[in-house]
Design a protein around this ligand. Sequence first.
Ligand SMILES: Cc1ncc(C[n+]2csc(CCOP(=O)(O)OP(=O)(O)O)c2C)c(N)n1
Ligand SMILES: [Mg+2]
Length: 386
Amino acid sequence: MTNQMNASRKASGPKLDATPAKPTVKAAAKKSTRVRAVKRTPAEVTRLTEFYRQMLLIRRFEERAARSYTQALIGGYCHLNLGEEAAVVGLLSALAPTDYLFTNYREHGYAINRGIDPNRVMAELYGRIDGVSKGWGGSMHMFDLTHRLLGGYGIVGGQIPLATGAALAIDYRGGSDVVMCTMGDGTTNVGAFHESLNIAALWNLPIVYVIINNRLGMGTTVEKSSAEPELFRRGAAYRIESARVDGLDPLAVAEASAQAVAVARSGKPYLLEVVSERLRGHSVVDPAKYRSETEVAQLREHDPVVTFGAQLVRDGVIDANGMAAIEHEVTARVDEAAAFAEASPTPDVATLFDYNYATPVANDSRRLPGQPLFEPAPRPDLGEDQ
Ligand SMILES: Cc1ncc(C[n+]2csc(CCOP(=O)(O)OP(=O)(O)O)c2C)c(N)n1
Ligand SMILES: [Mg+2]
C-alpha cells in the first residue's frame, strides 16, 4: 500500500476553539433520534460498548483532573486528552499487551487505556506515593514497565529517538513485539523526528509513528508551522508507508491502527496521521484566547464522545438505560480515583533521586533544592593576619 487519504475530514477542515460547553449525548442524539437497529453480533455490541465506555472514562477522568488542578490538588504542568478520546482508544485497541508504547506529555488517557489503574494515574497527578511513577513524575512522566508504557516525555520529540531505540532492541533480540510512538503535529518539525524515521526505514524497525494532528502546537496552527501540512506525506521522504485517518471516529482509527501495527509486525516502520481535536487550551492553564467563537461552535459539533455515543444509540447498540449505567459507572470510577489520590501520602523528599536511573550510576548527584552545587573549595592557610 502506498500513501493514502483515509479521512473524510481534511487538515484544513473544521477549525479549533477555546473552551466549549459540555454537550450531552442526549442533545446530540436528539438531532436524529430515530433508532435504526443495525444487525450486530453480541461480540460487536460488546466491542462497541467497551469503546464508548473507555472514551467516556478518559473524558470524565480528564474533566476531573482539570477540576482538581483548579483546586490546587494537582501542581506543575497538566495537558489533557479532551477531544482525543477516539484517537487514544482506537489506536491502542490494535496493540498487544506485550507491545511497547511511548507518548508525549499528553498521556493520561493512554495510561488508563493501556490498563493502568486510574487510581494510580490520578495519584501520580496529585504527586502521591501510590502514583504510577511514585509521585515523582507528575502529569507528563508516567512510566509503567508492566504495562509497557515507557513514558510520558515533557521534551517535545524526546520520546521519538528513544522509541526508535526500543524498536531496534526488539529487532536485535528477535521477537514479534512492536513499538507505538505518539506525538503531536508540531513535533514533526523537530530534527529527531526526521532522524528517527530515516534510521527506522533504513533498518526496517518494527515501529508505528503516530502523529496526533490536533492542528495546533500550543497556539500555532499546522499551516503556520509546517510547509507540508498534510503530515502523513512526510513518510514519503523516507519511503515509509503512511496514512491519514479521521481521529474523531474510534472505529476508523482502530482499523487504521490495526493496519499500521500489522506492517510494523512484519518488520517495517509505519507513519499514521490521526486528525484530531483539542477541546480546550494547550494545558489546563491556557484559556485559548486565540480561538474564535465560530471555531468553538464547530468543535462542539464534532465532539467525538458525544457523536459516538449518539451513533450507538441511533444504531440500537446501547439504549438510554445502558448509557445512563455507563455514565454512572464511569463517574463512580473517577470519584474513586480522586478519593484514592487524595488519601495517598506525599513522597519523602529523601527519595527524590531514587528513581532517576534504573541501575546505579557513578557520580549521581543527589543535591536537594537549596543545597550548594559543589563542596566549598578548600581555602589556603594564609596565617592569622589575613
Ligand atoms: C524541546 C521543547 N521545546 C519546546 C517545548 C515547549 N512546548 C511544549 S508543548 C509544545 C507544542 C507541541 O505541539 P504538538 O506537537 O502539536 O503537540 P500537542 O501539544 O498539540 O499535543 C511546545 C512548543 C518543549 N516542551 N520542549
Ligand atoms: Mg498539536
